[in-house]
Design a protein around this ligand. Structure first.
Ligand SMILES: Cc1cc2nc3c(=O)[nH]c(=O)nc-3n(C[C@H](O)[C@H](O)[C@H](O)COP(=O)(O)OP(=O)(O)OC[C@H]3O[C@@H](n4cnc5c(N)ncnc54)[C@H](O)[C@@H]3O)c2cc1C
Length: 395
């Protein structure tokens, strides 16, 4: 019988895996089915642009596939021992499962009133809310990781009358080069983004955000950009996961508990050079998904797959439509002194974003010269309990 490979999730990881698999397997050898709860591919790396009201054309998932079947629906359960998925009132069986269910905004209890920028629907609500605020409206953006920085600058540029307050524990870009941080400060000044440091938000409501030190930051709306989480599906199915619910995989992206299951993208805990866990990023999702697909192809052909090879090159952040920041990094993601800023950086970022979509669509990924082998998974540390509230490192 034809081997059936089922992929859950049509984000960057799932799309790359589907197209890489059908590119490399003959239809008689295996068939591939991609399941996603929405019919449209969400270019998540552009959601801050959507939030600011820029038009970002969407594409129907089936139009992006090179031979895989598509099923629109939400997987509500996995029975790995029977190799079965629950999809509404029906079930689907698989021989190999690729788990690529991504991540969602991690609203902590304190932030139930906050807006988010995680998928198409919540970002649409943010866009509508911001457009109703008008001149003089105040928006608090919680978190100054790359997503928070992109959201704050994009909204401030697009709505010059809006007062944007960026609430952060540490200085934005604290792990980047001094030149990068200096550029960020200049851009915040130019766009009027007010940075509030030492800010741990413990409560957010319609009138603003309360900080752990007792300060209250007034705002008309709060956007929460930190602490992304993964769906509970893998944990509920009994797959081995870390304290954040990310699937624990070996050096070929295969589940350490269920050899018929591979996990990729934000939903997988993959270790890179030096044993360091790779961050949740499109930059991680694409090469890992491509190599996981190659591992599946190798095993179907009776060959031993090569271990994942991985290297980071840059971190790219847009600062509105006309400015950006490209932080060059070592293969293990530590920043180098080299930083590109301004319009050239905005252009590079745009090319990277287009490239990511193009790679996923074609099922190819760049083979990086400095890439090193992924190290074997290490045991989850005692510090990561099953209820650990924070998601893993992001972007
Ligand atoms: C505003 C923003 C900007 C970003 N910019 C960058 C950037 O510049 N560079 C970078 O590297 N990263 C960036 N990221 C992070 C990047 O978008 C994610 O790391 C990436 O999207 C992860 O891809 P994925 O395929 O694992 O998951 P996702 O993109 O989350 O896709 C998962 C898919 O699975 C579907 N799904 C989930 N559960 C189910 C289910 N039970 N049944 C069916 N379908 C399901 C979801 O609906 C979704 O379509 C950004 C993120 C945001 C929010």
């Amino acid at each position: 019988m034809t081997h059936h490979i089922v992929i859950i999730g049509a984000g960057y990881a799932g799309l790359m895996a589907a197209n890489r698999l059908t590119r490399r397997l003959s239809p008689g050898r295996a068939r591939v089915t991609l399941i996603n709860d929405g019919a449209t591919f969400v270019e998540r790396v552009r959601l801050h642009q959507v939030a600011a009201g820029h038009a970002v054309p969407g594409a129907a998932v089936p139009d992006l596939l090179r031979g895989a079947g598509f099923v629109q629906g939400r997987v509500t359960g996995i029975a790995p021992d029977r190799r079965e998925l629950r999809l509404g009132s029906t079930t689907m069986t698989y021989d190999t499962l690729v788990y690529a269910a991504g991540s969602v905004a991690g609203l902590e209890g304190a932030a139930e009133h906050a807006l988010t920028v995680s998928g198409a629907d919540d970002t649409g609500r943010l866009r509508d809310r911001v457009s109703r605020l008008g001149a003089g409206g105040v928006l608090a953006v919680v978190g100054a990781g790359p997503t928070g920085i992109e959201v704050a600058t994009e909204l401030a540029e697009r709505h010059p009358g809006l007062r944007v307050r960026l609430l952060t524990g540490e200085e934005p870009g604290v792990r980047w080069s001094p030149r990068a941080r200096a550029h960020l400060r200049r851009v915040f000044d130019r766009l009027g983004v007010e940075v509030v440091t030492g800010a741990k938000v413990v409560e957010a409501d319609a009138s603003g955000a309360r900080l752990a030190d007792g300060r209250f930051v007034c705002s008309d709306a709060v956007v929460w950009t930190t602490g992304f989480r993964v769906p509970a599906l893998a944990r509920e199915a009994g797959l081995a996961v870390d304290g954040h619910g990310r699937v624990l995989v070996d050096e070929t992206a295969r589940s350490i508990s269920h050899p018929d299951v591979y996990a990729i993208g934000d939903a997988a805990a993959v270790r890179g050079p030096g044993g360091r866990e790779l961050r949740m990023a499109c930059a991680t999702a694409l090469p890992v998904a491509g190599q996981a697909a190659d591992a599946i192809v190798a095993r179907l052909g009776g060959r031993e797959p090569a271990p994942l090879r991985f290297a980071y090159v840059v971190q790219c952040v847009s600062l509105g439509r006309h400015d950006g920041l490209i932080q060059f990094v070592h293969t293990d993601d530590r920043p180098r002194a080299v930083t590109l800023t301004g319009r050239p950086a905005a252009l590079v970022k745009e090319l990277v974003v287009r490239g990511a979509f193009g790679f996923a669509r074609r099922g190819v990924f760049p083979q990086l010269p400095g890439a090193t082998r992924s190290s074997t998974r290490s045991e989850p540390s005692a510090a990561t309990s099953a209820n650990a509230p924070e998601a893993s490192a992001r972007r």
